[in-house]
Design a protein around this ligand. Sequence first.
Ligand SMILES: Cc1ncc(COP(=O)(O)O)c(C=O)c1O
Length: 451
Amino acid sequence: EFLGSPEICDVKMGSRARKGWEPLLTVQNMNVLSFTCVFTLSSSPYDLLIITFVLVDWLLCNNRVEFTQLAADYKAVNLGQGFPDFSPPKFVQDAFCEAVRGGPQMQQYTRAFGHPHLVKSLAKFFSRIVGHEIDPFEDILVSVGAYQALFCAFQALVDEGDEVIIVEPFFDCYQPMVKMAGVMDGIGDWVLCAEELASKFTPRTKAIVINTPNNPLGKVYKTEELQMIADLCIKHDVLCISDEVYEWLTYDGAKHVKIASLPGMWERTITISSAGKSFSATGWKVGWAISSGHIIKHLKTIHQNSVYHCATAAQEAVAHGFDREYEVFGSPQSYFQQLPAMLQHKRKKLAMCLDSVGLKPIMPEGGYFMVADISSLKVDLKDESSKDESYDFRFVKWLTKEKGLATIPVSAFYSPEHSKDFDKFIRFCFVKEDATLDAAADILRKWSSTK
Ligand SMILES: Cc1ncc(COP(=O)(O)O)c(C=O)c1O
C-alpha cells in the first residue's frame, strides 16, 4: 500500500541509511524499519531493478522511555514514572542483605523457573487466596518483573492469526507485545459494557488481557464485572491474562478479587504480579506468572530460551518477604495493609492539590496513579513544530520543560484508533515521598497564581 504512494517513497528513501535503525515511517503506530522497492527501468519485464532494504520490521514506540528521559534531562519533579521514591520495608531489605551474605549458593544460578524458596513461598501464600492448591514447581514461573511474565505469556500462548482483546486504557506494553507475537488485537473501551465486550469475542479470540487495579485509571474490577468476563472466557474457550501488579493497593473499601478464584477460571487464567509493586522494590525486577501447569509449561519454554534465570538473591529476599506476610496477613503489621494506608493519605494530598489548581482529578479506587482532566487549562504551548502530536503529549512536554514537573499523557494508554478521544488527560503518580508531592504542589500552585 505505501509503496504505491510516491511521496512516501520520495521522502523516506534513504532515511534509514542516514539514521541507522530509526523508522522509515510509522503505519498504525508501528515503526517500519525497512522495505523492498521494485523499479521498472523499461517496459521490458526483464529489466527490473530490485532494491531490497532488508525486510519490513515492526516495532512500537515506547512513550514511557521518551518521557522518563525528558524528566531526567530537565531534572523535573517526577510524578511521571510509576516507582516509589522511597525504600522497600526494612524486613525485605534486610533479607536481601542477608541473602547476598549467604555464601556461594546465593551468588550463583538458581532453578531456572524460579528459586525453590520463592516458588514455595508464593504457592503457599497464593493458594490461600485463589482457593486452589498451587503446585510450586508446576504452576509458577518467576520472571524478570511482571513485564517479562507478560512477554512470556503473549509469546507462548498466542499465534499469528489469533486475536487478543485488550481493555482500554491499558498498560502501554500490552499492545506492542501482542503485535510482536504476530497477532491481531480487538480493543474494547473503558466502560466495560457487557454487550460491547461480548461483541469483541470472535472464533479467533485466544485471550483477553485485564489489569486490575488498573494503570492508569485506578479502576478496581468488581466481582460482577469479573464474573461477566469469566463467563465470556468460558463460553468462548478463551484465556485470561490478568495483570494484578497493584493487587494490594485498594482504597475506600474497594476489594481486589482474583479472576482465577472464580469457578472454572483457574485452568484458563494466567495471573501476573510483581515484587516490585508488592514490596516497593521495582528495581529488583522479580515478578511471576501463576496458572495451571499445562499453561505455565509454555511460558517456561519462552523464559528458558530468552532469560533463563532471574537474580538469586533478589528471589531469596522476596521469598522471605512472602513468608513474613503469610504470618501477619490481614493484620496491621502486614506491609500489604500498611502500604495502601500510607498511599491513601498521599492520594488525598495529590487530589486536593490538583483540585485547588483546577485540574479535575479522577479519584482512583486502586493502584498508585491519578488521572486529571486538563481540558479547562488554557496554555500557550508555543510549539509550532510538534503540532501533529496529540495535545496531552505536547502538554506533558511543556509542563516538564517549562515548569519542571513530569507526568505522563493518558492517550499513550489507548490504541491509535481511540487515543484522540483521550488527549485531554494526564497521569500523576503518587507513590512518592511527601516532600516530592509538596514540591509538585508548589510548582502547580505557583503556576496557577501567575495564570
Ligand atoms: C500494569 C502494570 N503491569 C506490569 C508492570 C511491570 O511490572 P514490573 O516492574 O514488575 O516488570 C507495570 C509497571 O509499571 C504496570 O503498571
